[in-house]
Design a binder for this molecule. Structure first.
Ligand code: SAM
Length: 273
């Protein structure tokens, strides 16, 4: 496992938790689509759970969740936050685990698996295949996998707009390399690194080949991509019915196929065949 990536997550502290407050749409859209597919009282594995925001929300909604992540300090945070939220009886376990080895769990042992992070960091094709197969193995037939990834086209577009921030891939030859292999590394301290960004078609094929039939591909940021934080905060404070109309707009646009490639995060929803 990439040590710089693990150090980044182990040292992010509260930042990962707060990220989903600032990036309101990502959490809102992903949660809404999870709700659409999950049966009541599902048994769920959240692998790459980080500080546990999705796990805790799902536990609050009556599901039972196994929380796992390779970054021990994020896992400790998740444990503490689950206790604070009073959902500890719905947490099936906490484990330091790598998505490539879920041998702790027998086949078909979950109604659903969330992997909202591991595919951002599996830089080798072989590792991604193992991870997708492991996830598919532990979901029961008819169950669901929610698999997030960072679309490569998004990073290319961001890098062209802000080459200073994406220095390590900004030179034309480096950017072309990135477009070819999807690997993003930077040695700048405190920055997201050891990353992999996927082409939409290749990621969908990877999941389909692992036995996770495509239900939907969703853009997690939907049409709020170009809104600044202040504007977004003002929109979500609107009175009804404006607030509900805004939410409906976001959810409907999130399903439009052309949205995913330019999103920061895409969510593949797969059904275990
Ligand atoms: C951006 S964070 C997302 C955390 C959380 N799922 C969320 O959406 O808020 C990515 C997470 O993936 C985890 N991760 C990275 N590589 C992984 C691997 N090989 N297996 C499992 N998790 C991994 C990291 O430790 C980190 O917690």
């Amino acid at each position: 496992m990439n040590q710089e990536m693990l150090t980044y997550y182990n040292e992010t502290g509260d930042k990962e938790w707060k990220r989903l407050e600032a990036m309101w749409t990502e959490f809102f859209v992903n949660s809404a689509f999870m709700k659409r597919y999950l049966k009541p009282e599902s048994r769920i594995l959240d692998i790459g759970a980080g500080p546990g925001r999705y796990s805790i929300a799902l536990a609050q909604n009556g599901h039972s969740v196994w929380i796992a992540d390779p970054a021990a300090s994020l896992l400790e945070q998740a444990m503490q936050r689950a206790n604070e939220a009073g959902v500890q009886e719905r947490i099936l376990g906490f484990d330091v685990l790598d998505v490539r080895d879920l041998s702790k769990f027998s086949d078909a042992s979950f109604d659903a698996v969330l992997a909202m992070g591991p595919f951002y960091h599996l830089q080798d094709t072989f590792d991604r295949k193992i991870a997708a197969r492991e996830i598919s193995r532990v979901v029961r037939p008819g169950g669901y996998a929610f698999l997030a990834f960072v679309p490569r086209t998004y990073i290319v577009a961001r890098c062209l707009a802000d080459p200073e921030y994406f220095k390590s891939i900004a030179a034309p030859s480096e950017l072309f390399n990135f477009w070819t292999n999807g690997r993003y590394d930077t040695s700048e301290p405190g920055r997201w690194t050891g990353a992999f960004c996927g082409k939409i078609g290749e990621m969908c094929d990877l999941f389909i080949d692992a036995g996770l039939e495509r239900c939907q591909l969703v853009s997690s940021e939907s049409v709020t991509m170009f809104m600044n934080m202040e504007r977004l905060a003002a929109m979500i404070k609107m009175e009804e019915p404006a607030r509900s109309q805004f939410e409906k707009l976001i959810l409907e646009c999130a399903e439009e196929p052309e949205m995913s490639g330019l999103s920061i995060h895409a969510l593949y929803i797969g059904k275990r065949i």
